[in-house]
Design a protein around this ligand. Structure first.
Ligand SMILES: Nc1ncnc2c1ncn2[C@@H]1O[C@H](COP(=O)(O)OP(=O)(O)O)[C@@H](O)[C@H]1O
Ligand SMILES: Nc1ccn([C@@H]2O[C@H](COP(=O)(O)OP(=O)(O)O)[C@@H](O)[C@H]2O)c(=O)n1
Length: 213
């Protein structure tokens, strides 16, 4: 049986587990995956490397317009500090317009795609087949991000990571353009008390339910 294209939108706050779920779901269902956070991180990194201010709208727009989504280096861009800078460039409308256009082009190709970010279910793919909004308590998310930083040989205090996440969430939820919020038709998945496997099974159940309809 030939299956129709499948598009899956996964949104949620920092370190909620969206990327982990998106990668596994994409591999399981044979879909392409795009971590849209990396595109905002790449624009921030381009400004930092050029010595430009993070609120330099003209420079940020140019960086967003020339960004090649297939050439994003997650190893470099995943740095905790770049996440904070990314949330500053992400408030600029021209940056979002350029990146959203590129993200939609990515989602339109092939057999279907899983995109994870902040505005996928609300703005980028409002007609996605399945929408998940992944959350976890700020404390649990900070513990996970802290452990991740240490496992990569980095150094950080848990209290600082918690403060960073709270500040970033507030900026992402409070911005005027495309704020972080669940789409009206999103399934909420609170992973505070779920390990990765349990969260993955819960997400697959939702996808399978959609495919059985
Ligand atoms: N349900 C979970 N239980 C425990 N750790 C998790 C869970 N989901 C994700 N993680 C871990 O938390 C960290 C952040 O997850 P990630 O998927 O990168 O989050 P996001 O993409 O939302 O920022 C990673 O180290 C990941 O392995
Ligand atoms: N679709 C998206 C994805 C990320 N972002 C911004 O980019 C920042 C970094 O996103 P990310 O997904 O890489 O962050 P983590 O959740 O991995 O910490 C977020 O804090 C948002 O400000 C966005 O505005 N819209």
């Amino acid at each position: 049986m030939i299956r129709p294209r499948l598009t899956i939108a996964i949104d949620g706050p920092a370190a909620s587990g969206k990327g982990t779920l998106a990668r596994r779901i994409a591999a399981t269902y044979g879909l392409a995956h795009l971590d849209t956070g990396l595109s905002y991180r790449a624009v921030a990194k381009a400004l930092i490397d050029a010595g430009a201010a993070l609120d330099d709208e003209a420079a940020a727009r140019r960086a967003a317009e020339v960004l090649d989504l297939s050439a994003l280096d997650a190893g470099i861009l995943s740095d905790h500090v770049i996440g904070e800078a990314a949330s500053k460039v992400a408030v600029m409308v021209p940056v979002r317009q350029a990146l959203v256009a590129a993200q939609r082009r990515f989602a339109e190709t092939g057999k279907g795609a899983v995109l994870d970010g902040r505005d996928i279910g609300t703005v980028v793919l409002p007609d996605a087949d399945v929408k998940l909004y992944v959350t976890a308590s700020a404390e649990r998310r900070a513990e996970r991000r802290h452990a991740e930083i240490l496992s990569k040989g980095g150094d950080a205090r848990l209290e600082d990571v918690l403060e960073d996440l709270k500040r970033r969430d507030a900026r992402d939820m409070g911005r005027a353009d495309s704020p972080l919020k669940p789409a009206a038709d999103a399934h909420l998945l609170d992973t505070s008390e779920m390990d990765i496997e349990t969260a993955f099974q819960a997400a697959c159940d939702l996808v399978d339910r959609h495919r059985a309809e």
